[in-house]
Structure formats: structure tokens, C-alpha cells
Design a protein around this ligand. Structure first.
Ligand code: PAF
Length: 283
């Protein structure tokens, strides 16, 4: 695997690859890689594309400087995992390389996407995400970029970015990876006790309940059954559970023609904030 730390180096390399008609797939990450990230790489490697993974802990998407400081940076292990997964290139810039101008301003209209759900919880977060993703897209000019469905709102925000800047990138949404019992994989799961891990299964059970009743029952009835299921589990503090239209993430009450829906959930167990979702229209 080749490692590039500067924009100039990676741009020269990509230019050469494009001249040889290679298609480029980008998997943007902040490191601390786990099997969820590796599944993005597997997807990126399909269709004989050159796979570039970026690792950059992006300061502009953190609202709490302590979180940024504490963010895990197990670089040696990440490199080992990427090599094992046969990633072709790692782009590993530092903050100065990505933000040479400390006073750089960025704002993009995300509609209500950066004010609801995760946006409400972390003001400015999605502006920071789009700022860095736009930089990565313009530096690397990938043909495709792989993002995990697990962070569903982030995927919709990145699609907005692509549409509003008319970028020639195809976004590939990679399915959520779950363990054998249904728990969505996340680096936060290691902070759950054994009991917490069992309790956490109620999130995917609640989402499945909604998906199974989606065509037959009212959204209000489904949400109240799912909430009762969660309450019955005990020690699971629900932050939100909603059925939303997939592109705007506005909460809706009934099925409208030609619309797609997703159920979003965030809940706290053992002091750990868990996030999950399920697409409702498809199988
Ligand atoms: O999902 C992440 O790890 C980050 O938000 C991303 C997309 C790499 C941007 O920093």
C-alpha cells in the first residue's frame, strides 16, 4: 500500500492512474478502523477500481475540543488492517495540509438536515463534515465514494453536497454490518457491559418491528409499539425514534406515493450513545 501525506503527491499519483484509465474509489475515514470500515473497502474494491482510503481526524466536525483530543488514533493498527484488506493507497494528511488557512470559512445550505436529529445534537458538525469531504473530493476526484448507511444522516448530507456543487462523484451507500444477533457494529460497542450488549439488541428489534408492520399499520401505532418494546427492556434511554422520508429526514406520519422511508433510532445504554437505522421500503 502506498502512503501519501500531501495533496501534491496524491494528485500526481491519481492523475497518472486516470491517464491509465483506472477508476478511483475513495473511502473517507477518521481512522480507528473496524469491520464496518473494512466492508466499505470491500465495496470500493469491486469493479476493479483503485482504492484510496483517507484517514484524517477532521477538527472542524468536532464541537467539543476534548472529544477531538480524545479521539483514538491507532495508526499502526489501521495501516496493518488496510494492508490486510489490500487497500491500494492511504491518504494521510495532517491538519496543516488540509487547513493551510486557519481562518477558512465554510457554509453550505443543507436545508434542515443540519438542524434535526444528529444536527441538533451536534451544532456545526455536518458543516465540518461537508467542508472536509468537499476538500477530499476536490483533491482526489474519485469516481465513487463509499459511505456507511450506519450514519444515515451523514450520507444524505454528503449527497446534498454532491448535488449542490454538481460533483462528478457517485455515492455508494454500504449496508450496516450487524453481529450475528443484530447489533450494528460500532467502535462504541466495546464500552458496553455484557448486559448492555444484550439490552442493545432491542434497538434492531424495534427497527425490525417497524419495518415488518410498515405497509399495514399506521406510523403512530408502529412507533408506540416499538417504544413500548424499548421501555420493556429497562435501562435503555431512548433519545429519539422516528420514521422519516429518506432525503430530507423530515418525520412523516403516513406513506406518500414515490417516497422512501427510514426509521432512525438513538438510545443510551451504560452511558454509551448508540445509533442505528433501517430502510423501510426495500427488503
Ligand atoms: O464518518 C466519518 O468518519 C467522517 O465523518 C468522515 C466522513 C470521514 C469525514 O471526516
Amino acid at each position: 500500500m502506498q502512503i501519501f501525506k500531501t495533496k501534491n503527491e496524491i494528485q500526481a499519483f491519481v492523475k497518472q492512474q486516470k491517464a491509465e484509465n483506472r477508476r478511483i474509489a475513495l473511502v473517507p475515514t477518521m481512522g480507528a478502523l473496524h469491520s464496518g470500515h473494512l466492508s466499505l473497502l470491500d465495496k470500493a474494491k469491486e469493479n476493479n477500481t483503485l482504492t484510496i482510503c483517507s484517514i484524517f481526524v477532521n477538527p472542524t466536525q468536532f464541537n467539543d475540543p476534548k472529544d477531538l483530543e480524545k479521539y483514538p488514533r491507532p495508526l499502526e493498527n489501521d495501516i496493518r488492517l488496510l494492508e490486510k484488506a489490500e487497500c491500494d493507497v492511504l491518504f494521510l494528511p495532517d491538519v496543516q495540509e488540509m487547513y493551510p488557512d486557519k481562518d477558512e470559512k465554510w457554509h453550505i445550505d443543507l436545508g434542515s438536515l443540519d438542524q434535526i436529529w444528529e444536527g441538533a445534537n451536534r451544532p456545526g458538525h455536518f458543516q465540518g463534515v461537508t467542508q472536509v469531504v468537499y476538500k477530499l473530493f476536490t483533491i482526489i476526484e474519485p469516481d465513487v465514494a463509499c459511505f456507511g448507511q450506519k450514519d444515515f444522516q451523514q450520507v444524505m448530507v454528503v449527497q446534498r453536497l454532491i448535488d449542490s456543487k454538481q460533483l462528478p462523484v457517485t455515492l455508494i451507500i454500504c449496508p450496516i454490518i450487524r453481529d450475528e444477533k443484530g447489533l450494528a457494529l460500532s467502535s462504541r460497542n466495546v464500552r458496553l457491559s455484557e448486559t448492555g450488549k444484550t439490552k442493545a439488541l432491542v434497538l434492531s428489534r424495534a427497527l425490525t418491528l417497524i419495518k415488518e408492520g410498515f405497509q399495514e399499520q399506521s406510523f403512530a401505532a408502529l412507533l408506540s409499539q416499538a417504544k413500548a418494546l424499548i421501555a420493556g427492556e429497562g435501562d435503555v434511554e431512548l433519545e429519539y425514534l422516528a420514521i422519516c422520508e429518506t432525503t430530507t429526514l423530515m418525520e412523516t406520519e403516513r406513506i406518500e406515493p414515490n417516497q422512501n422511508y427510514v426509521a432512525l433510532i438513538v438510545a443510551w445504554i451504560d452511558g454509551v450513545r448508540l445509533i442505528d437505522n433501517m430502510l423501510l421500503n426495500n427488503n
